[in-house]
Structure formats: C-alpha cells, structure tokens
Design a protein around this ligand. Structure first.
Ligand code: FEO
Length: 169
C-alpha cells in the first residue's frame, strides 16, 4: 500500500499529466486552425504521450493496492500569438512538470518508498527528453524568426512525428 501522502501526490500527478495532455491538444487545435498541420501533428503526438504518462501513474497506483481519484482539469488556453509563443509555453509547462516529478521523487525518499522510487526513475529520465525535444523546436523557431518559408519548412519536418508506441511492460 502507498502511504497517504504518497497516494495524494501520485493522484495529483495524474491530474497534472492529464492537464498537460489537454494543453497540448488545445495547442494542436490552435495550429490546425492556423494552417500548420505539421505543428498540429507534433502537438497531437505530444498529447498522446501525456496520456501514456497518465496511465503509467494510474496503473502504478492500482498495482500498489491503492485507489485512483480523478480531479478537475482547467480549460487550457485556446490561442497564442505565434508558433514560438505556443512552444515557449509548452517548454515552460514541461519545466513545471519536471519540478513536480522531482518533488514526487523527494517525497518517495522521505517516505522510504523504494517501489515508488524505482517507478519514478523512468519519469526523471523522461523529463530530460521532454525538455530537450520541446526546447529544440523553440530554438528552431527563434532562428527562423518570422520567415514564412522557414515556418513552412519546419511545419513539414514536424509533421513526421509519429504517435508514440504504448509502453512495453
Ligand atoms: Fe508528462 Fe510532458 O510530461
């Protein structure tokens, strides 16, 4: 069984991951509406990845004999001033999620919860990749500036992003 503190924190993280999914789906809709199908595809794949993160927490709570409790998810922003603004928001959001994961890890240490530590290690590594991936697009967008041609090329490139595969247990 999870401790009460650990269970509360893990249930909170389900909300954070679902909120991430919701934010990226709204960003995908924003890009779709503004004729950037490649950026939209990239954000849609990111949305799907967040659902996988959500289910990792969901399944872990159950596997520890505890109960999942779902929480409300706030409405995400619908519009951004530019593709760069959207991706900068995504990067700031990932940095916030990294902080959440680090706090969860610290709590697991305090609670002497070794199974949770082992489980969370995957997320510690994943957040490095998440920040790297979003950060790379932010850097590309900064270099492109307002160039329509550059945006079109990057949009084509990001359209190649595939939906993530389900995790192998
Ligand atoms: Fe679930 Fe993008 O962190």
């Amino acid at each position: 069984m999870l401790s009460k503190k650990m269970l509360t924190a893990l249930n909170d993280q389900i909300q954070h991951e679902l909120e991430s999914a919701y934010i990226y789906l709204a960003m995908s809709a924003y890009f779709q509406a503004n004729n950037y199908p490649g950026f939209a595809q990239w954000m849609r794949a990111q949305y799907e990845e967040e659902l996988i993160h959500t289910f990792r927490f969901y399944d872990f709570i159950h596997s520890r004999g505890s109960r999942v409790t779902l929480q409300a998810i706030p409405a995400p922003p619908a519009d951004y001033n530019s593709p760069l603004a959207a991706f900068e928001n995504a990067l700031a959001h990932e940095e916030k999620i990294t902080g959440d994961i680090n706090r969860l890890y610290k709590l697991a240490i305090e609670e002497n919860d070794y199974p949770s530590l082992s489980f969370l290690q995957w997320f510690i590594d994943e957040q490095v990749e998440e920040e790297e991936n979003v950060g790379a697009v932010v850097e590309d967008l900064k270099r492109i500036g307002g160039s329509e041609q550059g945006l079109l090329m990057l949009d084509r490139e990001l359209s190649q992003r595939q939906s993530p595969a389900a995790p192998v247990e």
